[in-house]
Design a protein around this ligand. Structure first.
Ligand code: HDE
Length: 725
């Protein structure tokens, strides 16, 4: 019987549920060994007498310890630190039909299960969540035609142009080999040494120095496929395509001082945020977009579409939004799912294909190879999280940890003993046929001249940023290069920056106490021993576009305060109405209120009612929230004024440009903070829209606070000097 669409849908979610079979229902279960033998005593090893030696015959002890000894598997070489979630993907309509036959991209009735893993690149698996780093953004679509993996990043370009340089890049950014320092950081000699000699890195380096490298949340990051891919339609015609993810909460970041403190206060900041949002039903959502370029237009750009250090400005080719991904289920077991998931840019479905981007081509080899050592053998596709929902039939057999019990007498093709099955599928039956790109060339080790423009897009990026974003970028360069202790490396990097923007280079040089040498010709050191170096030196192409507003986070979606974290600073005697009214107003908008008090447990409010404390000042910090509210209360404000950490909350949140609201006499707390000095003690005429001094009785007070939180940050404060915090 032919299965209907709704059967299929049920089937898919059933299969996805199966991925987590055996994981629930631990009630009424008896403990057993891995052979199913019921265990009578899991608390004592077998001994020769109560005080005697342990016996070798204790197979229960040995099984348990042996398993424990092998609990760790090699972590990913890059992207070791990651967090994942399950979800679904759906297109809005069939508008891509003329470009692709990939059913999950054109059939709006399909809901495709996905598993998404976000990661940092440089740090080890146990490193903190918010170093300055690129973030991985890898999505596995379990489509009915097989798994499709879009293994991208939160930045639209990459550091290098050829896969053969990847081990060098990674060795340079990872901790230095002699002392394994520093962890999860690019601020050290070897990274900047490599950068200074490889000008092609400049575009991604600019993104790395920007606020994009310190996202507020994994839920507030864009995602990019980076490489140019191909979409293939029913007639076999191809179009070039770039893939985009756009978060519905907008793209937001923290500031660097904050990031460094968050790493200490809560190294799991991003992982916790993702987990809690999903547990709380605030499912993260991204719209999926494509930039499509006709094959005939391949050479119409002032850069090469195959060069992964370039983006296509959205003002030149708009992003067409075609669907949405919603992450709606946390993994049941971190190791089984998030750790064992195996992505691969070569996991394709009919309707999508590669281009000759030399970075992508190298990746197509790497990802299976790495799983062999990480997951122990060639059967990693059988691990539940990696299994496609499409059935697997082939003649591959055996190997370490084979799960499938293959039946039948044949494991070869062609065969007659199994009537020729499994048989090949025609293209009309969903068989995959590679795009027949014409190739007519000499075999060479070389790079196209069209890849040698290393600076014009970094300049475009810099010109597109808002003033605060530019300032943060200058500070980031000064911080990173400030940790480089070889003067020649610093000087070479300043030389590279001067090719991007003279003013930027001057500011960085000032911060480092250096001169910008004029003219500083950057040199590319990446060419073969017998090549002519001149063929590999940077060329500068003048970009037609002067700035691209889509590249600045200042222009992102704002106003939504869903899942934003608000700290309420309270103490014994807090005004019950001041607390409850603001809490209700914020929660109605989907914000999360954290009650912070001098001690854990409960405090009594002015009406004598118990208020549950979420954290004491000891276990919480302002850097973990988006905004601060201080409710009124005579007794409580007296107590908070004598709690140095409460005053510090105000100063630090202000420094990080966050919204702060104080009700009634809570202004007293601001008066004794440094914020008052900053405002010249003039608290009556505050012009800062992010500092609200008011009364809960005024209906606009909570409304304005909600608006301020939705603005994310008030960077104008940075112009006027700093608050020590
Ligand atoms: Fe990867 N990359 N990569 N990469 N990459 C890996 O695969 C590699 C590149 C990216 O959450 C590894 O399973 C090479 C670009 C993500 O599990 C490894 C080159 C982009 C993830 C590997 C690149 C990425 C990886 C390590 C240059 C953005 C994490 C473990 C040719 C488009 C996926 C693993 C996850 C992981 C190799 C460049 C993204 C070693 C050789 C460009 C998001 O195979």
């Amino acid at each position: 019987m032919k299965s209907t669409k709704s059967d299929k849908k049920q089937n898919n979610s059933q299969k996805l549920e199966d991925l987590s079979s055996n994981m629930e229902d631990s009630q009424n279960q008896k403990m057993t060994t891995n052979q199913g033998l019921r265990i009578n005593d899991d608390n004592h090893s077998l001994k020769a007498g109560e005080r005697g030696a342990t016996l070798l015959e204790d197979f229960i002890l040995r099984e348990k310890i042996t398993h424990f000894d092998h609990e760790r598997i090699p972590e990913r070489i890059v992207h070791a630190r990651g967090s994942g979630a399950h979800g679904v993907f759906k297109v809005y309509d069939d508008s891509l039909k003329k470009y692709t036959k990939a059913a999950f991209l054109i059939d709006p009735s399909r809901e495709t299960p996905v598993f998404t893993r976000f990661s940092t690149v440089a740090g080890f698996r146990g490193s903190a969540d918010i170093p300055r780093d690129v973030r991985g953004f890898a999505v596995k679509f379990y489509t009915e035609e097989g798994n499709y993996d879009l293994v991208g990043n939160n930045m639209p370009v990459f550091f290098i142009q050829d896969a053969i340089k990847f081990p060098d890049l990674v060795h340079a950014v990872k901790p230095e080999p002699h002392n394994e320092i520093p962890q999860a950081a690019s601020a050290h000699n070897t990274f900047w040494d490599f950068v200074s000699l490889s000008p092609e890195t400049m575009h991604n380096v600019m993104w790395l120095m920007s606020d994009r490298a310190i996202p507020r949340s994994l839920r507030m990051m864009e995602g990019f496929g980076i490489h140019t891919f191909r979409l293939i339609n029913d007639e076999g015609k191809a179009h070039f395509v770039k893939f985009h993810w756009k978060p519905l909460l907008g793209t937001h970041s923290v500031v660097w001082d904050e990031a460094q403190k968050v790493n200490g206060q809560d190294p799991d900041f991003h992982r916790r945020d993702l987990h809690e949002a999903i547990e709380g039903g605030a499912y993260p959502e991204w719209e999926f977009g494509v930039q499509i370029v006709a094959e005939e237009d391949e050479h119409k750009f002032d850069f090469d579409l195959l060069d992964p250090t370039k983006l296509i400005p959205e003002e030149i080719v708009p992003v067409q939004i075609i669907g949405k991904m919603t992450l709606n289920r946390n993994p049941d077991n971190f190791f089984a799912e998030t750790e064992q998931v195996a992505f691969h840019p070569g996991h394709l479905v009919p309707g999508i294909d590669f281009t000759n981007d030399p970075l992508l081509q190298g990746r197509l080899f790497s990802y299976t190879d790495t799983q062999l050592s990480r997951l122990g053998g060639p059967n990693f596709h059988e691990i539940p999280i990696n299994r496609p929902i499409a059935p697997i039939h082939n003649n591959q057999r055996d190997g370490i940890a084979r799960m499938e019990i293959n039946k039948g007498k044949t494991a070869y093709h062609p065969n007659s003993m199994s009537q020729g099955y499994p048989e090949q599928a025609k293209v009309s039956e969903g068989g995959f046929a590679s795009y027949q790109e014409r190739v007519d060339a000499n075999k060479v080790r070389a790079r196209s001249k069209s890849f040698m423009d290393f600076f014009s897009q970094p300049t475009l990026f810099y010109n597109s940023l808002s003033e605060p974003e530019q300032n943060h970028l200058v500070e980031a360069f000064c911080f990173e290069l400030g940790k480089v202790d070889i003067p020649e490396i610093r000087q070479r990097v300043v030389g590279l920056i001067s090719q991007v923007d003279k003013g930027l280079a001057q500011k960085v040089a000032d911060g480092l106490g250096l001169q910008v040498k004029q003219p500083e010709q950057p040199i590319n050191h990446q060419f073969g021993a017998d090549a002519n170096p001149d063929d590999y030196q940077p060329i500068k192409v003048t970009q037609k576009l002067k700035s691209s507003p889509a590249l600045s986070m200042a222009n992102t979606i704002k106003g939504n305060i869903k899942t934003r974290q608000i700290a309420f600073l309270v103490a014994e005697g807090v005004d019950s109405k001041s607390l409850a009214d603001m809490k209700n107003a914020l929660e109605a908008e989907g914000a999360v209120v954290r009650v912070i008090a001098p001690h854990s447990g409960f405090i009594k409010d002015s009406a004598g009612k118990d208020v549950k404390v979420d954290h004491s000042f000891l276990t919480f910090a302002s850097v973990l929230v988006d905004a601060i509210y201080v409710p009124a209360g005579d007794k409580s404000i007296d107590k908070l004024k004598n709690t140095p950490k409460a005053v510090h909350f105000i100063d630090e949140a202000f420094l990080h440009c966050k919204a702060i609201a104080v009700d009634g006499n809570a202004i007293e707390l601001v008066k004794i903070s440094y914020v008052a000095n900053y405002l010249n003690k003039n608290l009556d005429k505050v012009k800062d829209a992010g500092l609200l001094i008011g009364s809960i009785a005024d209906q606009n007070f909570s409304k304005n606070f909600i608006k301020a939180i939705g603005n994310h940050r008030f960077f104008e404060r940075e112009k006027q000097g700093k608050i020590p915090a």
